[in-house]
Design a binder for this molecule. Structure first.
Ligand code: ADP
Ligand code: MG
Length: 575
């Protein structure tokens, strides 16, 4: 497959295909790779010097007329050994710092994306389980690649090369032997590795699925219990875990097999070098340099032979890290590359309108907004023009699927239109968001309200907001006032009361643009009317701008402005 440089296809490819993506992530932190290469080189040179020292000492002790000065040799050996281990430690450190830096940046990017995407996209794209899995486990899967694989890849070139040069200088026949033995190992590893990569990838996919599956079951535990589906779910979860275990064992088998192959071939290669040196020392080979081999040369090369193969073995082992990282990159890269809009970030013609003197600038001005989700035949929103002025109460109406939530997401900035522009008054940059299900987190009522703002909110202010939202603190459902524990299942609160907490939260946020997506669709008609009374009373009192997506007539009746998104001929629906 060839690609013309500079085409769009290539640009997307580089952004999402795992290999280039992994490389791109390490680019800003290249200095750690330089450090690890330098320390690898220092460690190798120290090792070579150490082998030379030992060979020289043995040779000198046996054959030299004057025995070498042992304490001096011992001291020099210790210094070289210390240097070698220090350099290796530095190399490990550099690798881990690189991995740390890359992961931290990646998590920040993921978080930023989640924040930009907002509820609309996140809910549509992925389950909470898959996202959490991505954020934690997938990112963690990159550790091996940066901390072990990349440094090992440097060592696999630098170390054998340096040793080869030393051997070549002493005995080119031995060097030749080493040279030919070296490719054996990567060749076999590649064969095993290819299979391993596939299995590894499948395992990760399965893990991802398992996590999402499990979390979804946990979240719906209440419903499952009511549906008497606990036993069946239990059996299903157990079966899935067994599947996962079998797959893990397969991955491990391949890993063990490949390291066995590795050990075998390096043992054979070292054996070959040893046989050559042995025969040469006996004088059985009189070809080339073999004739005048000495104990020094023989020992030197023999001591270096295992060191020569060591990086190859380490590289082969870290090959699994690479497989793991590639698999992780396959989910992470598209997740990060996926634009905050349905088509691409190339189109982000979003501007802040400069508040003109005199002219009334709408809070939100949509011009020619088209949203076309990939894979959909027709655009969800087509050439939509809309101006929302301060204080407006706008109902977005239309049947389910007509694009109400999509338009709301465009207004919020969660979604960038495929074409068209959204101009935003500075006052409309911040907004409160309420949807049909008030998310109440595990914690006290106070904790849940505090989410509205960064600065600490005083109890009195919370109490007022609750009062105005129609959930006074002396309500029987709030026995401990602000300290009442409300869980994820909004313990003790009815649906309507939970929505009132959401309204209080919106009030506390101080934002004057409120975007509401089906705020009452989970409520019965009486509760709905009561909540709407509260909502519109507050909107009047505070001059709020409301944009409400709903298919409930009760809401339509109360809004002065209506925009019907019912699928009709484009142009006909611009109210
Ligand atoms: P409504 O809120 O009026 O029910 P939506 O805005 O949720 O409508 O959806 C409008 C259309 O856009 C539907 O056909 C839906 O399938 C599609 N849609 C919504 N979100 C996405 C998405 N993230 N990816 C692809 N299609 C989507
Ligand atoms: Mg909707």
């Amino acid at each position: 497959m060839t690609q013309v440089p500079g085409t769009d296809a290539e640009a997307t490819d580089a952004r999402t295909s795992p290999g280039p993506w992994l490389r791109a992530r390490q680019q800003p932190h290249r200095r750690w790779l330089v450090l690890s290469a330098a320390s690898t080189l220092v460690a190798t040179l120290a090792t070579i010097a150490l082998a030379g020292l030992v060979a020289w000492a043995v040779h000198g002790t046996l054959f030299a007329p004057e025995a070498p000065y042992l304490p001096g040799i011992l001291l020099a050996g210790l210094v070289l050994l210390a240097l070698r281990y220090a350099a290796q430690a530095l190399r490990d450190l550099a690798g881990h710092r690189l991995a740390f830096a890359v992961k931290q940046e990646l998590r920040a990017d993921l978080l930023r994306q989640a924040r930009q995407a907002g509820p609309a996209r996140l809910a549509g794209l992925t389950t909470a389980g898959a996202w959490a899995e991505q954020f934690q486990t997938r990112v963690e899967d990159l550790t091996g690649y940066y901390a072990r694989y990349l440094p090992a890849r440097q060592a696999v070139i630098l170390t054998p090369l340096a040793i080869l040069v030393a051997a070549l200088w002493l005995d080119w026949l031995a060097a030749l032997l080493l040279l030919f033995a070296a490719p054996l190992i990567p060749a076999f590893m590649a064969i095993v590795g290819m299979g391993a990569e596939q299995i590894h990838r499948r395992q990760q996919e399965e893990e991802n699925r398992l996590a999402g599956h499990f979390l979804d079951r946990i979240r719906t535990l209440d419903w499952l219990r009511r549906a008497r589906a606990i036993a069946a779910t239990e059996a299903e979860v157990v079966e899935r875990s067994h599947q996962q275990r079998r797959l893990t064992m397969r991955t491990l088998r391949v890993a063990f097999l490949s390291s066995a192959i590795m050990e075998f071939f390096s043992a054979v290669a070292i054996g070959m070098v040893a046989i050559y040196i042995g025969f040469a020392l006996f004088g059985a080979i009189d070809y080339g340099p073999a004739g005048d081999i000495t104990l020094f040369t023989g020992l030197f090369i023999l001591l270096l032979a295992p060191e020569y193969f060591l990086p190859l073995r380490q590289f082969a082992q870290s090959y699994h890290d690479r497989a793991g990282a590639l698999a992780a990159a396959e989910t992470l890269a598209p997740a990060l590359a996926s634009p905050s809009g349905p088509v691409g970030p190339e189109h982000s013609p979003e501007a802040t309108a400069a508040p003109d003197e005199g002219a009334v600038v709408p809070w939100l001005q949509l011009k020619g907004v088209t949203v076309h989700y990939p894979g959909q035949r027709t655009p969800t929103l087509a050439e939509l023009d809309l101006a929302i002025h301060a204080g407006a109460h706008l109902a977005l109406t239309g049947p389910s699927g007509s694009g109400k939530s999509t338009l709301l997401a465009v207004c919020a900035g969660f979604l960038t239109p495929t074409t068209g522009t959204v101009q935003r008054h500075p006052q409309a940059r911040q907004f409160a968001w309420i949807d049909q299900d008030a998310h109440l987190f595990h914690g006290s009522l106070r904790d849940n309200l505090q989410l509205a703002r960064r600065d600490t909110i005083a109890d009195a202010e919370m109490a007022t907001a609750l009062q105005q939202a129609g959930l006074p603190l002396d309500a029987p459902e709030l026995p401990d006032g602000l300290d009442t524990a409300i869980g994820e299942a909004r313990r003790g609160l009815s649906g309507g009361q939970a929505q009132r907490v959401a309204v209080a939260r919106a009030l506390l946020s101080g934002h004057r643009l409120w975007l509401l997506d089906e705020p009452t669709s989970a409520l019965d008609p009486d509760t709905e009317q009561a909540l709407l009374d509260t909502l519109f009373r507050l909107a009047e009192a505070r001059g709020l701008t409301l944009v409400i997506a709903s298919h409930h007539a009760a809401i339509h009746e109360r809004c002065l402005q209506r925009l019907d998104l019912a699928p009709a001929t484009p142009g006909a629906r611009h109210a």
